[in-house]
Design a protein around this ligand. Structure first.
Ligand code: SF4
Ligand code: SF4
Length: 153
């Protein structure tokens, strides 16, 4: 009983202090943590096709196709199957695959969640923020390059 009263007192205290912790989504885009794990973004220009991301992925979410000369041809990632562990980003030696803070993705079928390299390149930054900049200040090149000078293919 005392626990219930304490809980209600805490609820009333926060209900009456005027602070708001929610937003009217989607009219208002919420803030998310710099460490939030959202949809991936891929840069073919950075990628050296080492396949480490494919190897480290615990549930075969990434599929890389290469030709006989070991040139990369396809980079596919099923964002609906991913568990957002971020191992692919951590293992990548050149920051070619990163998790943005973008959580806004929908589809009518599961197959539409299988993104190819072009779709992954075009995943928008959430509120224009580069998550690498927040996580590691030395790796801040993504947003500037994505604005036009470097074409992420
Ligand atoms: S975040 Fe984890 S599960 Fe998703 S693609 Fe990367 S390694 Fe695989
Ligand atoms: S995204 Fe990174 S880890 Fe994956 S193949 Fe390209 S360079 Fe290697």
């Amino acid at each position: 009983m005392i626990g219930i009263l304490k809980g209600m007192a805490t609820t009333m205290k926060h209900a009456l202090d005027g602070n708001t912790f929610t937003v009217k989504y989607p009219e208002v885009a919420p803030e998310v943590s710099p460490r939030f794990r959202g949809v991936h973004k891929f840069s073919q220009e950075r990628c050296i096709w080492c396949r480490q991301c494919e190897d480290v992925c615990p549930n075969d979410t990434i599929q890389i196709v290469m030709d006989e000369q070991r040139n990369g041809e396809e980079y596919n990632l099923h964002v609906g199957q991913c568990i957002y562990c971020r191992l692919c980003e951590e293992v990548c030696p050149v920051d070619a695959i990163i998790l943005t803070q973008n959580f806004e993705f929908t589809a009518d079928t599961k197959d539409e969640f299988a993104y190819n390299k072009e779709q992954l390149k075009n995943v928008p930054w959430y509120k224009g923020s580069d998550p690498l900049e927040a996580r590691n200040p030395d790796r801040s090149a993504w947003v500037g390059e994505g604005a036009g000078e470097v074409d992420y293919q």
